[in-house]
Design a protein around this ligand. Structure first.
Ligand SMILES: Cc1cc2nc3c(=O)[nH]c(=O)nc-3n(C[C@H](O)[C@H](O)[C@H](O)COP(=O)(O)OP(=O)(O)OC[C@H]3O[C@@H](n4cnc5c(N)ncnc54)[C@H](O)[C@@H]3O)c2cc1C
Length: 359
């Protein structure tokens, strides 16, 4: 079976490799620099923020991310790629305000979670209450993408740099017209174009996925930050292995340009200094923006496009959770496209379950 995957962010890369492993002949089509992947811009926390606030069906997509990325990391290293810095270290959630819900969620899914004083990990937070999730890991996503690109090359999966513009379908398969006027034909099509997936969907489904800009600041602190993600209702701090520190992120629905703003700079700087006063007087060394694939429901869209008779498939709409969900989502959609029994119940993510109304 010949599958064309549109979009080479983390969703497209992992889906393409998973499909090839199931015996498909796979090509990737990606718009390149014109549409910078959110997968590059993200923070790399391998957990939803406040995971207990999602429907329970989010947990099977995220719970094994640490284990799955360990396997992808090993494959990247064996292929001679750079270490994507999969780091343990946990996540400290400052004053979430819904501890009861969090504890119930942790109990249901057998997740380690403790109510502690934040000072146990970050002394300057004194005796502020916090939740501690010691099993949460993080990954350096720009390096992960480079590593996946190496795996793609090693696997011999062709990557065409072009932008899909429209899709036609008949009994034999699908044809994708690109902005350079080329027609790419395949038996099956998988849409993994992030926030831009919406533009390739039929009209009733177009509002299911929409852009949500997120901006981030990067610090080079003068003293080391603890080896732990710090999450608060206002934002988060993520330490990298080399001492860099990310502060994120804004949530700007409907904005699809990745141009950083002064307003976000000021907002994130204030948030970061409040979370860690040692940043006062330290100027961020970089700022960037990415366009998340928002969805009109709290779960991503993974499955067949209704009415496409098995020819067109979607793996998108992961919003703030596209990195943590990517390994499980890719395995699920690859099973579905290939007609294999999936390892998890696909019903909660089905595209036909997505309403066409805005959130
Ligand atoms: C600031 C920020 C922080 C984040 N932090 C986290 C985090 O800590 N943890 C987490 O799990 N998630 C996080 N996310 C969310 C995560 O980054 C996204 O959900 C995820 O990367 C989406 O991946 P994707 O592959 O679906 O889309 P993308 O990475 O956006 O990739 C889409 C690809 O499709 C291509 N494309 C688009 N249109 C076309 C077309 N018509 N034809 C061909 N190619 C096309 C683009 O060029 C792009 O390469 C964050 C996002 C942002 C912005």
């Amino acid at each position: 079976m010949d599958v064309l995957v549109v979009g080479a962010g983390v969703a497209g890369m992992l889906s393409a490799i998973e499909l090839q492993q199931r015996g498909c002949s796979v090509r990737l089509l990606d718009a390149g620099v014109a549409r910078q992947p959110a997968s590059w811009a993200g923070g790399g926390i391998l957990s939803p923020l406040f995971p207990w606030r999602y429907p329970d069906a989010m947990t099977p997509l995220t719970l094994n991310a640490r284990r799955d990325y360990g396997l992808w990391r090993d494959r990247i290293l064996v292929a001679g790629g750079a270490d994507p810095e999969l780091l343990d270290g946990g996540m400290l959630v400052l004053e979430p305000g819904d501890d009861e819900q969090a504890l119930l969620w942790a109990g249901r899914h057998d997740v380690r979670l403790e109510q502690i004083s934040a000072a146990r990990h970050m002394p300057w937070l004194a005796d502020r209450p916090a939740l501690w999730l010691p099993e949460i890991a993080r990954i350096r996503n720009p390096r992960l993408l480079k590593g996946l690109e190496r795996l793609r090359q090693r696997a011999g999966i062709e990557l065409v740099r072009d932008q899909a513009v429209s899709i036609e379908q008949d009994f034999a398969g699908v044809r994708v017209l690109t902005s350079s006027g080329v027609v790419q034909a395949a038996d099956k099509l998988l849409l993994t174009a992030g926030a831009w997936t919406a533009g390739l969907l039929p009209l009733p489904l177009r509002q299911s996925i929409f852009p949500v800009r997120g901006q981030m600041l990067l610090y080079r602190p003068t003293v080391p930050f603890p080896d732990t993600v710090l999450l608060s209702p206002a934002g988060y701090l993520i330490p990298r292995a080399d001492g860099l520190l990310l502060a994120g992120s804004t949530v700007e629905p409907g904005i699809d340009d990745s141009i950083p703003t002064e307003q976000a700079w000021a907002q994130l700087k204030q948030m970061a200094e409040q979370l860690w006063p040692a940043l006062q007087g330290v100027t961020p060394v970089a700022q960037w923006a990415g366009i998340r694939p928002g969805a009109n429901r709290p779960l991503p869209l993974i499955g067949e496009l209704p009415g496409s008779e098995g020819h067109i498939w979607i793996n998108s709409g992961h919003f703030r959770n596209g990195l943590v969900c990517a390994p499980a989502s890719a395995a699920l959609v690859a099973d579905l496209v290939c007609g294999l029994e999936p390892g998890m119940d696909p019903a909660p993510y089905s595209v036909s379950g997505s309403s066409s109304s805005p959130p």
